[in-house]
Write a protein that binds this ligand. Structure first.
Ligand SMILES: NC(=O)c1ccc[n+]([C@@H]2O[C@H](COP(=O)([O-])OP(=O)(O)OC[C@H]3O[C@@H](n4cnc5c(N)ncnc54)[C@H](OP(=O)(O)O)[C@@H]3O)[C@@H](O)[C@H]2O)c1
Length: 233
């Protein structure tokens, strides 16, 4: 069911073919938001989304492709994620440089809001996940860049640092949110991470927030908007 339109802008989703990214697209479409995706393979994006979204084919490593993708968009949501130790899909290339490139080109193109999927533990160099090509440190560098570039008064950002990601429908869990990167464990559905980032487009209290989030318990929710009330100003 398409709900009443709550956001009038166009949103670019990077990493849209990924498991969280697909949920970001689905939840945007649920709210009637106009969506463009940046995808490496047009056929994969078309198989997933058909004609419901505009598809820009390109690589996150290419400034020209990224500039084309953000052109004319009002917001960007990135669910990009590395998948190999080295090369084009490495943490350095995707989680750090890819996201930084997207941030820079988005700001140049006049994008107003940027939502980012990051991770628990990004501030801890000694976290075991950093054995995978320093993935958390690369995400931290990208976060810092986003906070810096999108902190001017006319712009805004929302950075969601989820615990371990699981598949499943949104709004089935009461969530625990925190700031300061003190959580060590916990799980959350990718669909809820997507929902939080989609809400950040129009929920004022979501603006300029960086926070961690995991499931608290199973409990059906009518919205996740209240999660943003629990964060410090
Ligand atoms: N797994 C966890 O438990 C966990 C926990 C906390 C945070 N996270 C983070 O949450 C985010 C989303 O995770 P996920 O499991 O949904 O990710 P995923 O399914 O692996 O999707 C990753 C997306 O990034 C894209 N991508 C990868 N390399 C790329 C490149 N070189 N150029 C352009 N696009 C590229 C993929 O595109 P293709 O479809 O073309 O490959 C895909 O769309 C990631 O940043 C991940 O690190 C994960």
């Amino acid at each position: 069911m398409i709900e009443k339109k709550v956001y009038g802008g166009k949103v670019l989703v990077a990493g849209a073919t990924g498991r969280t990214g697909q949920w970001v697209v689905r939840r945007l479409l649920h709210y009637g938001v106009v969506v463009r995706v940046l995808a490496r393979q047009a056929d994969v994006a078309f198989r997933l989304f058909g004609e419901d979204v505009e598809i820009v084919v390109g690589k996150i490593q290419s400034v020209e492709d990224v500039a084309r993708a953000v052109d004319g968009c009002d917001a960007v949501i990135s669910a990009l994620g590395s998948s190999s130790y080295s090369g084009e899909s490495s943490p350095a290339s995707v989680d750090r440089d890819g996201v930084k490139r997207l941030v820079d080109e988005a700001a140049k193109a006049g994008v107003k809001h940027f939502g980012l999927v990051s991770s628990l533990g990004v501030t801890r160099w000694y976290h075991p996940l950093n054995l995978f090509a320093a993935v958390l440190l690369k995400k931290w560098e990208a976060e810092e860049h986003l906070r810096e570039v999108f902190s001017s008064p006319a712009l805004s950002f929302t950075i969601v640092r989820p615990g371990g990601l699981k598949d499943g429908d949104p709004l089935l869990h009461k969530l625990h949110v925190e700031s300061g990167d003190r959580l060590w464990s916990g799980w959350i559905n990718r669909s809820d991470v997507a929902e939080l980032l989609v809400l950040s487009l129009w929920v004022k209290k979501a603006k300029n927030k960086t926070f961690e989030v995991v499931n608290e318990c199973e409990e059906v929710q009518s919205t996740l908007e209240h999660c943003y009330d629990l964060l410090p100003e």
